[in-house]
Design a protein around this ligand. Structure first.
Ligand code: PNS
Length: 158
């Protein structure tokens, strides 16, 4: 049986923290899909969904699948026969945020969520905090994949 997992998120844009979790998930599952998903609490992003998907495609080789979805996450996973979600946990704050989503997704479709603890190197990295650093001209080296970091800096320079 092929084991399949989805790493869902808004990925606006992907950080090195996300990259680490996705690479670790890829060791654990035969097939990993990174799914750019709408977060209704974050309606207007810095990058379009297409740009976010492109950034992720350019980050990984073809073994990591990349897709996007604008509906309920569990509708995507059920339609694609995927029974595990993988997310990273940086802290107890992430846990408080993730727990109800994991329980809701399980109630809706039976899907399990596996949490990988963020590597300490990336514990302070989030898309929103790193974007804020870039917005005010700070150095974001080592926070995003290089091509993504360049795009973030260019976006704020516009
Ligand atoms: O990276 P984020 O923004 O924390 O990811 C949150 C995300 C996108 C995974 C969550 O908002 C989501 O699953 N959105 C899709 C709509 C959905 O299924 N909502 C119910 C979640 S229990």
């Amino acid at each position: 049986m092929t084991t399949k997992a989805v790493c869902p998120g808004s990925f606006d844009p992907i950080t090195l923290g996300h990259v680490d979790i996705i690479n670790r998930a890829a060791v654990m599952f035969d097939e990993v899909t990174v799914l750019v998903t709408a977060n209704p609490d974050k309606p207007s992003g810095l990058f379009s969904v297409e740009e976010r998907v492109d950034f992720i495609r350019e980050t990984f080789d073809s073994r990591i699948k990349v897709d996007w979805w604008s509906g309920l996450l569990v509708d995507y996973t059920t339609a694609h026969g995927i029974d595990t979600l993988v997310k990273g946990l940086r802290s107890s704050l992430d846990y408080e945020y993730e727990l109800p989503m994991a329980q809701m997704n399980r109630r809706l479709s039976g899907i399990d969520t596996i949490f990988l603890l963020t590597d300490e190197k990336y514990g302070y990295i989030s898309s929103s905090l790193c974007k804020q650093v870039a917005k005010f001209g700070g150095d974001v080296t080592g926070m995003f994949p290089e091509h993504v970091g360049r795009a973030v800096v260019e976006k704020y320079a516009q």
